[in-house]
Write a protein that binds this ligand. Structure first.
Ligand SMILES: [Zn+2]
Ligand SMILES: [Zn+2]
Length: 279
């Protein structure tokens, strides 16, 4: 597995893509503009922590991603978290803004424990918290997880892994990357956003491998996004097909595809893991 190219450039690409997709997809424009504000915040958090902790992070053991946040002064973490809360209060949808306002009234210890508990269960057990409540700690922890992931080696991969080989998180998105004449299917982790190779005909939720039970739907409006469903467990995976659109930025194109979530939901499919904005 190649470390993802994260850092300033990757965040800039996400922000540019969100701005680019906002006009042809008016139904998602508000969500995409809000996302680009959050991504700006994540970009600066990532850059600052990389500068200060990059050396400490070198040479981590495989599988050590979840072992605590790096030794960052709690006061500093809380002060950055307060900045994110302010962004959400100003630019977020009203319910999220209200949640951010409530969290900003908590004391420093409770704020830290919110970030730390998400660090432990994010992408693993966050169904317990619900898509909506997880947004705020997820938006904060994700750039730190991406940073640590970039420095953490992957252990040996034995077979098709249902969970991220770096942090144990569940996938939330599939990616088809061009390879030879076709595409190579990969899964993207809902917690640390790293990708790993995955079998083409295989349900990441229940392991179904009968092609007849794994229908793929593509809507005219999003020719580069596949809805890969499983009739056995009724879970679906959304896959960004980079062989169809090489300019797509998977985490961002997925946010714009709100109608596909509604479509799948109407047909009784549920998503294995929601995206950052809970769709
Ligand atoms: Zn992961
Ligand atoms: Zn299944």
């Amino acid at each position: 597995m190649k470390p993802a190219q994260v850092g300033g450039t990757e965040y800039d690409a996400r922000i540019r893509r969100a701005e680019h997709l906002a006009s042809p997809h008016p139904f998602a424009a508000e969500v995409l503009r809000f996302y680009s504000r959050v991504a700006e915040f994540q970009k600066s958090l990532y850059a600052e922590f990389k500068k200060d902790f990059g050396l400490q992070l070198a040479g981590r053991m495989p599988g050590s991603l979840r072992i605590g946040l790096p030794a960052i002064e709690p006061k500093r973490l809380v002060s950055h978290f307060t900045s994110l809360l302010r962004v959400i209060e100003q630019a977020g949808p009203s319910a999220l803004a209200a949640a951010a306002r409530e969290i900003s009234r908590l004391d420093a210890v409770s704020k830290l424990s919110l970030l730390e508990s998400y660090w432990d269960v994010g992408g693993i057990n966050d169904q317990l918290i619900g898509a909506f409540a997880q947004f705020i700690p997820r938006a904060f922890d994700q750039p730190l997880a991406e940073l640590i992931a970039a420095f953490t080696p992957v252990g040996p991969v034995i077979s098709t892994q249902h969970r991220c080989p770096l942090c144990g998180g569940q996938p939330f998105l599939g990616v088809l990357r061009p390879e030879g004449d076709g595409g190579k299917r990969r899964m993207m982790c809902s917690f640390c956003l790293q990708e790993w190779d995955f079998r083409r005909i295989y349900c990441p939720a229940c392991g179904e491998e009968d092609e007849k039970k794994l229908p793929v739907y593509v809507a005219e409006q999003f020719p580069h996004i596949r809805v890969e469903a499983c009739e056995t467990c009724k879970v679906y995976m959304r896959t960004i097909d980079l062989t169809k659109d090489g300019n797509a930025v998977p985490v961002v194109d997925d946010l714009a595809a709100i109608p596909l979530s509604l479509w799948a939901h109407e047909r009784g499919y549920t998503r294995l893991q929601p995206n950052l904005l809970g769709t």
